[in-house]
Design a protein around this ligand. Sequence first.
Ligand code: PPE
Length: 307
Amino acid sequence: MLTPTEKIWHNGTFIPWQDAKIHVLSHVVSYGSSVFEGIRCYQTPSGPQIFRLREHIRRMQDSSKIYRMPIPFSADQLAEAMVELVRLNHMTSCYLRPIVMRGYGEMGVHSGKNPVEVFVACWEWGKYLGEEALASGVDVCVSSWNRMAPNTLPALSKAGGNYLNSQLVRMEANLNGYAEGIALDVAGYVSEGSGENIFVVRDGKMLTPPLGASVLPGITRDSIIKLAGEMGIPVTETIVPREMLYIADEVFFTGTAAEVTPVRSVDRIVVGAGQRGPITEKLQKEFFAIIDGKKEDRFGWLTPVKA
Ligand code: PPE
């Protein structure tokens, strides 16, 4: 269960957690018209720091633009709101959830007159795929559900509606005893997990599905590509056939919530040695060293909460 924090930001002001409510006839409730972000703030020796705040705000602006739902706040205003929210709620580390939605006004699919509402909440969120997952890896399946076809629901927009697809993938996987499901795209190639991007390692080279494979342009995905580049590990964004998951040396997920999570089996076929592989571990270590403030933030990924 969620543990409430004190404040939630709503359209420019901080309101009590329990007052952050919307009307049941708000456009978003019937029609799924929201876009959102998930951002982590980490505890470091120099205080809490928000990971890749600017990139998350930019993606939220992109998501809104695709749906012709302009956000009535600038990137600077949103960034300031999020930093202030973490500070006001006295969080050392937390997960931030900005949500932009079409609100209360008219009913009907076309929503030109409904106000755009913006909320930002934060709370403490632990390990997404379980405590053990980061070290030991997770057992996953390929889902019987595909990702959305191109030109149906745009995957580059992190829209609430897309998560109906994610829910089907995740529910099926969990009911069948798997930690997560991997969805294929409409052509049958690997797309992504219900809430994570995916990487495959074979013979020291990394592959990840391209943006055209109905994936979310993940910010953790981008971070891992940059870290791999620094380490001299080749990464190719290319179509990945399903069976590559079975014969890979290593498979891992990336995501804000899931961070860098190894996959130890797919469809009960053991991946590599059935444990976290060496490249996954190397990338994981470097990623955590930066977000924990143990290594220099050489990419400028962290925004301090304390002035
Ligand atoms: N694909 C999907 C479908 C997705 O939801 C996420 C994030 C990613 C890829 C990874 O993107 P990024 O976080 O920028 O690296 N999923 C968010 C929501 C999870 C949830 O259950 O809610 C997250 O990880 O915060």
